[in-house]
Design a protein around this ligand. Structure first.
Ligand code: UDP
Ligand code: MG
Length: 324
């Protein structure tokens, strides 16, 4: 099995960290090559996500100085997930394994050895999972925890504390290419791809230099994208609420009727109270029903692959080629 590795790194305004990152990458790649874990023609692919600083110039220089580095430049800033996908889809035809990581050295490069060992054992996807989040602020830690819990609660298969530090084999990348959605949330898609996978733990350090390219606003947008791209449960919730209110309204109607019969009411109160509850319940219920259909449309428009085949026992002539 040839292990031609391509490390994919999205870079947005990373001029402050690139010199150090590239230095450490060279050392790491050489050590991996010496250990025989990856081939000599392995590469690092830097994706410039419409940076406004000297990032692209630096990537070009790196490529000139050292053929280890390759570069891709997006036409404009498209955000972390899209930049990463662009990189992975470029890497797909050029490597046997890809490892995606951030440019800011938060992901411990030494975990890469263990990633590749897992790949050699037959895993197609290896998730890098943070041991602890001490280097993050209290706020980021707590909101992240809440987010993972919420996602789990909504039935989304997501690995806790796994960001986008991940190994994907060529086959996994080809399968990922079948997902045609525009609202990208890669860490949610990887589990959907399936195949044999493993988890590798590592310590996350602080950003080496510069500041986070994920301000609160982007983080929130990312979280909302994650939820709404993978779950129609919020829509279903409306149906449930509508149903509960409808049932309550029946009791309210009964109560109002009894009050009316016993004569303890002002004129018009019974009909007002009854209709408010009844109509409210029916409205929410109908919204929920519409929501169910919207949910179906939403899932259909994603054009996600309906299945991904891991292996055939006897591949026939016109079965799609999926083995490498
Ligand atoms: N990034 C990108 N495009 C963006 C924002 C970020 O390519 O619009 C890259 C960034 O250069 C880094 C990675 O995504 O390599 C993660 O960003 P960052 O480290 O700022 O996020 P944090 O670790 O704070 O969540
Ligand atoms: Mg970071």
């Amino acid at each position: 099995m040839a292990n031609r590795l391509m490390v994919v790194i999205p870079c947005y305004n990373e001029e402050e960290v690139l010199p150090e990152t590239s230095k450490r990458l060279i050392a790491k790649m050489h050590s991996l090559m010496e250990k025989g874990l990856i081939t000599e023609d392995s590469k690092v692919l830097l994706v410039n996500d419409g940076s406004k600083d000297r990032t692209w110039e630096m990537i070009t220089e790196l490529h000139k100085e050292n053929p280890l580095f390759e570069g891709v430049k997006l036409s404009r800033n498209r955000g972390h997930q899209n930049a990463l996908l662009a990189g992975l889809m470029t890497a797909r035809n050029r490597c046997d394994i890809s490892i995606s990581m951030d440019a800011d050295l938060q992901d411990d490069m030494d975990a890469m050895d263990r990633f590749i060992e897992k790949y050699n054992e037959g895993c197609e996807i290896v998730y890098g999972v943070r041991n602890k989040r001490e280097t993050d602020t209290w706020f980021k830690r707590e909101t992240a925890l809440f987010f993972y819990r919420l996602m789990k609660g909504l039935g989304v298969d997501i690995t806790y504390n796994h960001a986008d530090y991940r190994l994907m084999s060529n086959r996994a990348l080809n399968a990922l290419a079948e997902f045609r959605e525009v609202n990208l949330f890669l860490r949610g898609l990887a589990p959907l791809v399936g195949f044999q996978s493993a988890v590798v733990y590592y310590d996350r350090s602080e950003r080496f230099a510069g500041e986070s390219k994920y301000p609160l606003k982007k983080m929130l947008a990312f979280a909302i994208d994650g939820i709404t791209s993978f779950s129609v449960k919020p829509l279903r919730l409306i149906t449930s609420v509508g149903f509960v209110i409808f049932v309550v309204s029946l009791f309210m109607l009964l109560y109002a009727l009894i009050a009316w019969i016993t004569g303890n009411t002002v004129a018009g109160w019974t009909s007002m109270l009854g209709s408010i509850w009844l109509i409210g319940g029916i409205q929410l219920l109908s919204l929920g029903v519409i929501g169910e259909y919207v949910g179906k449309i939403y899932n259909e428009t994603k054009h996600r692959p309906r299945f991904i085949i891991d292996r055939y026992l006897n591949r026939q002539g016109d079965d799609p080629v999926i083995d490498d």
